[in-house]
Design a protein around this ligand. Sequence first.
Ligand code: UDP
Ligand code: MG
Length: 338
Amino acid sequence: MISHVDYLSEKDTVPMLICFVVPCYNEEESLPLFYDEACRVANVLRQQSHAEAEFIFVDDGSGDKTLEKLRALHAKDERVHYISFSRNFGKEAGLYAGLKAAKGDYVATLDADLQDPPSLIPEMLQFLLENKDYDCVATRRKTRKGEPPIRSFFAKMFYRIINKMSGTEIVDGARDFRFMTRKFVDAVLSLSEYNRFSKGIFSWVGFKTHWISYENIERAAGKTKWNFWSLFKYSIEGIAGFSTVPLALSSFLGVFCCLIAFIGIIVVVVRALLFGDPVAGWPSMISIMLLIGGLQLFCIGIVGEYLSKTYTEVKHRPLYLTKETDGEDRRFTPSANV
Ligand code: UDP
Ligand code: MG
């Protein structure tokens, strides 16, 4: 078998294949812009590195004309492939489906809105060709410029909390824009969990990763699909997926409350013995009962969160269902969770 390393010497006979994996949800406005830029980059790759490119678009149940646009692109350019989901399964499922369909020696994952500049790909390929002990080039934003301050604040808090709790490093500002070797992609695909948190999965699989930073770029067209609530759910996904510290924390909280209660009982008993037992302190008692009740519910909630994740995992539902593909056999992958 020819590895990516051998291609440098084999380059006159077997061209490398670079796959662009692009999740798309209601991206009819961005798609033409993305396609033009991707074609330009594909030409650079051919000239610079004797590499061929193919584009795998994953239509994540879009309600607009994204699928029509993809059909048209496939009809005019055989490098364009697409998988269309039966409904919106989320970007994580889109990435998984795209990675699974990608057969390239190298795979890039990037957004359709040009916030992840495809023009960096030739540079990323060059890095991996020259540094054979690296298997991934990842990107992060230098700053959160252009983002609402409240969103930046919660994002920063999330990264601080998750990195304290999890043994897997989740890099602040990391984007899902990555360039990976076949080996790295296969490792990512071997984690077929239902509750996917790519930022954690990419880090968990290990391998040497080279980081490059760039300024935050505004969307080329269309609107962001993330609102505060979806980001909140995403962060819970991350914490529950890559840390069990909250479970330990709830036990700790329980023991702490028991200790306080124990000391309280001793104080009350001693006071009653010394000074009698005047009926007083109902408001404080109710407050304490509410507090303890609240803590209990909170802890049950944490346990419930993990239980629900286990429940969705054991059901072994597919990560996504395919409605339509461009017709290539290898891309008929209705069930991913195998
Ligand atoms: N996306 C997707 N499914 C979703 C939401 C988003 O495939 O349910 C895609 C979207 O089309 C885009 C990428 O994921 O290519 C990033 O989404 P977006 O630009 O809305 O996120 P942001 O850049 O604002 O974080
Ligand atoms: Mg975006």
